[in-house]
Design a protein. Structure first.
Length: 278
């Protein structure tokens, strides 16, 4: 009797060679989809003229791939993203409206832009790309929304002389204060375990996120004073203080308390214990 052929080992089977063209097309499709969801100007052009709209400048294969997109659904998804960024939702936390009420009002006073309009510009920015509502992703750990918005205010060309928000170019100190409060509160809820935390001027000392800013030069009407921001899981401390006191607290947190006078060290140790940071 003829014998059944021996099975071919799996590792000896030929492996199909990926087509670089297919991989490149897939990447271009994902990039366009990201722009459609997050850039209102791109989305508006698509809704008005479809994938062949000249402002989009798409290659023929992408025009074909996106020919059957439901523009009403696209508009709805775009509005939902903006709504969650402004009002809060899954992953975004409280949203810009609750985190940055004074900053948004100052921008509105300087530019006439509403929170929704500001949010659209933010969502389309490079700084928003660092935010991910799913903390762990194939792109790594994202940053918290308040930190990303502060970076937007501090770095985006939109706040430059030719930018749409140039009339509010001096609002960065206020945005930093509101972002620092929100980041400290988020760290207290253990968000630092899943998100990268790198707010400008902050560092981790002895397991505690520490930041200080004197807000020199900020308009007096904002009422910003030299402020310390300290946070660890379960604890958040925000309050006025001098740079000298902040430096001494950092020395204690990093185990360099012997550099201080004994009475000063003892007082600071007691304060940190009261705050739950020792």
């Amino acid at each position: 009797m003829p014998r059944d052929p021996l099975p071919v080992p799996r590792d000896s089977l030929p492996v199909p060679t990926p087509d670089p063209a297919d991989a490149g097309r897939h990447e271009r499709i994902l990039r366009l989809l990201d722009r459609l969801l997050h850039d209102k100007a791109v989305r508006t052009a698509f809704i008005e003229g479809g994938p062949s709209h000249p402002e989009l400048g798409l290659d023929a294969d992408l025009v074909t791939a996106f020919a059957r997109v439901d523009v009403r659904e696209l508009a709805l998804v775009g509005r939902n993203i903006r709504s969650e960024v402004v009002g809060g939702g899954t992953g975004t936390g409280p949203g810009l409206g609750r985190i940055f009420p004074r900053t948004l009002e100052a921008i509105r006073e300087g530019t006439g832009r509403t929170p929704n309009e500001i949010a659209e510009l933010f969502i389309a920015s490079a700084q928003f790309q660092d935010f991910r509502d799913v903390p762990f992703s194939c792109a790594g750990r994202g940053r918290l929304l308040p930190e990303c918005f502060h970076r937007f205010v501090a770095q985006s060309p939109q706040f430059g002389p030719a930018g749409a928000l140039g009339g509010a170019a001096g609002v960065e100190p206020l945005a930093h204060h509101e972002a620092a409060v929100a980041v400290a509160q988020a760290v207290a809820t253990a968000a630092g375990a899943t998100f990268e935390v790198g707010l400008a001027g902050s560092a981790v000392h002895g397991g505690t996120l520490c930041a200080f800013r004197d807000y020199a030069g900020a308009p007096a009407a904002w009422g910003l004073v030299p402020t310390m921001y300290l946070a660890a899981p379960g604890r958040c401390v925000v309050g006025g203080g001098s740079r000298a006191v902040f430096g001494a607290l950092v020395a204690v947190l990093t185990g360099r308390g012997d550099e201080l006078a004994p009475a000063v060290r003892e007082s600071l140790e007691k304060r940190l214990r009261t705050w739950g940071l020792r």
